[in-house]
Design a protein around this ligand. Structure first.
Ligand code: NAP
Length: 305
């Protein structure tokens, strides 16, 4: 786990002079809100979003000190730039803003996939910049600047995947940023991150989208009953399935190998369950259900439920 920087910064100077948040959706607007409220993260919070309507909404919401009209203006003079755009847009946005960053500044991101973001951004980096990829494990099914809230990251993990040879001080400062948002931080390598997230986040979303599609394909009476009696289990899938299509399209396409590997393992396990049901293998069925209950209890115990 990264050493807490919170105590070092709380009573003194803010961690950064100017943080530029690029992409003011759920994650970016939550970060901006937190940074603006806390005062310990940055002296100034500058926001930029490609969408004029999002920029206008951010001004109305008052969740940044300043909303820039161009990405170049947003990052000039910032000692920390946080990319909060969908993972498929990370490379394009980084290429646009890197030439305008000040020497010594930190570039970080919040993307849900890490190898793809590193693959896109690493070749664009200047030697006088520090790149620290990160991923806050916090979110909801809502998107856009109205969906964010300043406590989103509290008690949640943020995973950092620094590159080999990254400056440890830059990594510590990015960890400090997330700790000041109330998060716990941990470092791991990017392939490990992508594999872990494939099972804990990407596969469950894939299953939720798929089961909703299956229900939607049903005909007539059965389809109506799905909606009418949704309370029993199906409803929980629909919450996950309400997530942003662009964000999740990008996640699936950018964590292809790990996700397909987990899906293959899941399919084998689902087949084993089907076989147990077909042959009335009660012990197998009960064992699987008990394993599920144990995992749920463990999550509650570590306060991540
Ligand atoms: P979101 O609510 O859809 O927000 C993304 C924002 O980025 C939108 O305002 C979008 O504008 C803007 N954008 C898109 N392309 C851009 C560009 N080229 N330049 C500047 N702004 C651009 O998405 P989100 O949920 O905050 O996700 C943002 C990032 O956080 C993604 O990389 C995602 O993988 C990661 N993440 C998400 C979650 C989650 O649960 N949602 C959790 C952890 C990490 P338009 O709407 O006009 O396209």
């Amino acid at each position: 786990m990264t050493e807490p920087l919170v105590e070092r910064t709380a009573a003194k100077e803010p961690l950064f002079e100017r943080v530029a948040v690029i992409g003011l959706g759920l994650i970016g607007s939550s970060l901006a809100r937190r940074a603006l409220q806390s005062g310990t993260i940055a002296r100034e919070v500058v926001a930029y979003d490609a969408s004029p309507s999002v920029r206008a909404r951010v001004v109305e919401l008052g969740i940044a000190h300043r909303v820039a009209e161009t990405v170049a203006d947003a990052v000039q003079g910032a000692d920390c730039v946080v990319l909060c755009v969908p993972v498929g847009a990370m490379g394009v946005v980084a290429a646009e803003l890197i030439p305008h960053m000040q020497p010594g500044a930190i570039l970080t991101d919040v993307g849900s996939t890490k190898q793809s973001v590193i693959r896109e951004i690493e070749p664009l980096l200047r030697p006088d910049l520090h790149f620290v990829p990160a991923h806050p494990l916090a979110g909801t099914e809502y998107s856009g600047p109205d969906a964010g809230f300043s406590t989103l990251f509290e008690g949640r993990w943020t995973l950092l995947t620094p590159l080999e040879g990254s400056d440890p001080e830059a990594t510590a400062r990015v960890a400090g940023l997330w700790q000041l948002c109330g998060a716990m931080t941990r470092e791991m390598d990017a392939p490990h991150h992508d594999k872990a997230l494939a099972i804990v986040s990407h596969l469950p979303h894939l299953l939720a989208f798929t089961i909703c599609g299956t229900a939607d394909d049903l005909e007539g009476e059965s389809r109506n009953e799905v909606l009418q009696f949704a309370a029993s289990g199906f409803r929980d899938f629909t919450r996950i399935a309400a997530s942003d299509p662009v964000m999740w399209r990008d996640v699936f396409l950018n964590n292809r190998e790990a996700l397909l590997e987990m899906l293959a393992r899941f399919t084998e396990d689902a087949q084993a369950m089907a076989r147990a049901i077909r042959w009335g293998d009660e012990a197998f069925i009960v064992d699987r259900i008990e394993r599920g209950r144990r995992i749920r209890r463990s999550l509650i115990e570590i306060k991540q439920a």
